[in-house]
Every structure is written in C-alpha cells, then in structure tokens.
Ligand binder design. Structure first.
Ligand code: NAP
Length: 244
C-alpha cells in the first residue's frame, strides 16, 4: 500500500486531500498543528470508508518537527510515496501596514514549512529509491499577485520557485514535484470575508462559483498517482478561470 503525508489535513483543503488520497488507496498521515479534534474527525471519516490513516501533530515551521512527521509515516506505513505540502496561513494586509513579524510568520509557515517537509520527504524518497511525488499547494495569488496580499503572494510565489527547482533537482531520482494554485475555495481561511465579498469573488470567477476543497483534492490525486507520471515542475491552477 502506498502512503502519503498531508500537512494541515485537519481542516479545509488538506482534509479533502487526505480523504481523496485514502479513497485512491493511500495510507495517509493527517498532520495538524493545534486542532486535534478536527484531525481525529478526518481520521474517523477515512476509516469509516475503509481507509487507513494516522494523525500526527507537528508545526511545519520547525525543521525537526517536519522531519519527525515524515518519520512517523515511515514507521507507520513503511515509507513515504507522496507528500502534500498544504499547511498554510493567509495574511490580508496592505503592503505598507505589514509588520516584519507578520511577514516572517506567513513566510515561515507557507514557504519554510514547504521547504522543510519537502527536504525530509525527499531524503526518505531518495533512500528508498522508489521515486515519489511532492505536491505543493500555492495560490493563484502566487501566480498573478494579489493586491492587499503582498506577503502572502510572495510566500506562495516562493513555493512555485521551489517547486520548479526541486522538480529539476529530483527528476533524475524519479521524484516528481508539482504545484497547485487554487483560486477562491470555500474553507475556514475565507471565513473572515463577508457574504458580499464572497459574492463579488464568485462573480469575478468565469465559472461563476466558489471552489470546493474537493475541487483541489481531485487535482492533488491526479498529480499524486501514475496518471501524472510524465508531469513534473508544473503549476496547475484550480481557480475556475479567475486568474485568466
Ligand atoms: P484552513 O482551512 O485555514 O486550514 C489550514 C490547515 O493548515 C489546518 O489543518 C491547520 O491546522 C494547518 N496549519 C496551519 N499552520 C500550520 C503549521 N504551522 N503546521 C502544520 N499545520 C498547520 O486553510 P485552507 O483554506 O484549507 O488552505 C490550505 C492551503 O491552501 C493553504 O496553503 C492555503 O494558503 C492554500 N490556499 C487556500 C485558498 C482558499 O481560498 N481557501 C486559496 C488558495 C490557496 P490546525 O487545524 O491544527 O490549525
């Protein structure tokens, strides 16, 4: 049985990815930072559907914790075939109002966290000689830049740069590295927006709807499996056409 680690899988897009990958036959590690109850609920839903899952608390900003997260997957399931770097935080703030601590925090979680978990997973994938697939969750703002989202956009653009560099470096070892850039997705991350703002975002989306976590999870499943065996270094935008 192949195995997958999904960071930030207690809620939102990460939860949907864990459920989708479990349905596709992967044994999954559900990582979370603080919300243990939500992580347990994700595990329960997977097991109820006949899948295999374990939860593991780790802050991806810590290189040691990221390493232990990957080790947990090796201990539980014998290796790591897929890593989904999904854990992330948002920051909606005007450029001139953004404080250094806020810039550091969003960069640490979104970019450093992706770097550390990828490094730990790549080490394991390299030593197993079985290849693997790393999927990074960026954002459409990392592609086109978002007004009022400078620090967030830059952290997500960094994830795209990392994806392309790692794809080149790890391809000779059979490790594929791709990126998904979601548009506006209905999760807790957007709960701060009013109904009016969400409606306006929907209207700006050519496919005329807000995306679901499952829309992103299906794209993750595609990139995780051999269906995407000749695809690496790509950014797949899942945004209903918003960034066109
Ligand atoms: P969400 O609902 O806010 O969930 C965030 C998840 O990340 C939670 O599971 C949380 O764990 C975890 N997390 C946060 N900081 C962490 C850390 N330091 N270490 C480990 N886990 C951490 O977010 P979402 O909307 O599903 O977003 C998931 C990803 O998609 C993010 O990278 C986000 O930037 C990206 N994205 C989202 C949208 C959107 O519209 N929603 C659009 C584009 C891109 P706890 O439950 O323990 O707090």
């Amino acid at each position: 049985m192949k195995s997958a680690v999904i960071t930030g899988a207690s809620r939102g897009i990460g939860k949907a990815c864990a459920i989708e990958l479990a349905r596709a036959g992967f044994a999954v590690i559900i990582n979370y930072k603080t919300n243990e109850a939500a992580a347990k609920e994700t595990k329960r839903e997977i097991e109820q559907a006949g899948g295999r899952a374990q939860i593991y608390q780790a802050d991806v900003c810590s290189p040691d914790e990221a390493r232990r997260l990957i080790s947990k997957c090796v201990m539980e399931f014998g290796g790591v075939d897929v890593l989904v770097n999904n854990a992330g935080i948002s920051l909606s703030k005007l450029f001139l109002d953004t404080e250094p601590e806020e810039l550091a925090r969003v960069t640490e979680v979104n970019y450093f966290g992706t770097f550390y978990a990828s490094r730990a997973a790549a080490k394991e994938m390299l030593s197993s000689c079985n290849g693997g697939s790393i999927i990074n969750i960026s954002s459409m703002w990392g592609v086109v830049g978002g007004s009022g989202e400078a620090a967030y956009s830059a952290s997500k653009a960094a994830v795209i740069g990392l994806t392309r560099a790692l794809a080149k470096e790890l391809a000779p070892s059979g490790i594929r590295v791709n990126c998904i850039a979601p548009g506006v997705i209905d999760t807790d991350m957007n709960a701060c927006y009013s109904v009016e703002v969400m409606e306006a975002l929907k209207e700006k989306t050519p496919l005329n709807r807000i995306g679901s976590a499952e829309d992103v999870a299906r794209a993750v499943r595609f990139l995780a499996t051999d269906d995407a065996s000749f695809i690496t270094g790509q950014v797949l935008t899942v945004d209903g056409g918003f960034s066109l």
